[in-house]
Design a protein around this ligand. Sequence first.
Ligand SMILES: *Cc1c(COP(=O)(O)O)cnc(C)c1O
Length: 177
Amino acid sequence: MTVVAATKYVSVAEMAVLAEAGIEVVGENRAQDLAEKHAAYGDTFRWHFIGHLQSRKAKLVSGLCELVHSVDSESAARRLEIPALVQVDLAGEQSKSGVAPAELDRLLALGLEVRGLSTMPPLAPDPEASRPYFRRLRELARARGLPELSMGTSQDYRVGAEEGATYVRVGSSLFRG
Ligand SMILES: *Cc1c(COP(=O)(O)O)cnc(C)c1O
């Protein structure tokens, strides 16, 4: 399992501490922050994109990252030039990012190199509340022969790991100490 340090609250200058601490993989939410931090640190880290991907940023992100965790639109999928995970909205929260499970196969058919799936369960005080969502994601991925699962944040990464996560995305708990 790979721990992706979610760095949306970390400034360009503070990223140096992560490098010293041995963090290898970082996940950015915004293309502009990604570009600034990549310009400063380059190959010090492996860069993932974990935020909502706008199609007009797909080219920029493709040039800087090795993996996108959060593809959820056909337009972005068509412009992306690197491997990706498709983000699935399992709670049916239409305001959230992610495709409905019923739309998944349409995105998988576009020719993008899809390695797996990711999800963000509804925020809940009890990490156990995430378990059914992680199980469902694993089933969707297994049924399609997709090996990678990005699931779990500071809140529920242990549950994610127990349910077969290959990536967890951890921000606040890493930096609060
Ligand atoms: C911020 C963020 C995380 C990390 O969440 P924490 O609660 O800070 O661990 C994971 N995934 C995405 C998409 C995020 O935006």
